[in-house]
Design a protein around this ligand. Structure first.
Ligand code: ZN
Ligand code: ZN
Length: 133
């Protein structure tokens, strides 16, 4: 853990708790909606701003979907997905194929790794069957 990392604010803590409660990834919109159900009122812009801080602090990971949406999840959840380029369905992969992979120290001696993303794109079984028939 780096000493550069600042304490997180009450709002950032709320966001992090909400993400931990949910066992799937959430978009900023979904997170915003969920907070409102629990009567924790926070504006959408505030949600996005604080999510950005959490990502920078290495507490939350983000991944961008081909649709332009961004999904957030607590950083300790190392999940990867198979995404169908045709229907957009995503399937969770069991385990992380690059968990033991490390960045060559020579090429980036001063880089502090916070998280990684890895996406697989292809055709799901349904779409494959549709093509065949
Ligand atoms: Zn598909
Ligand atoms: Zn991984």
């Amino acid at each position: 853990m780096s000493s550069r990392r600042a304490e997180i604010t009450f709002r950032q803590k709320q966001l992090l708790e909400e993400l931990k409660k949910c066992d799937d990834e959430l978009t900023g919109q979904e997170l915003h909606r969920q907070l409102h159900q629990g009567e924790k009122i926070m504006g959408l812009a505030t949600v996005y701003r604080n999510l950005q801080v959490l990502v920078k602090q290495g507490l939350v990971r983000s991944r961008h979907l081909p649709t332009g949406e961004v999904l957030y999840t607590p950083v300790e959840r190392d999940i990867h997905h198979l995404t169908c380029v045709d229907c957009g369905e995503t399937t969770r992969l069991n385990g992380c194929p690059v968990k033991t992979l490390s960045i060559p120290k020579k090429s980036s001696p001063k880089f502090e790794l916070l998280f990684h993303t890895l996406e697989f794109f292809g055709l799901c079984q349904n779409c494959l069957e549709k093509q065949e028939s």
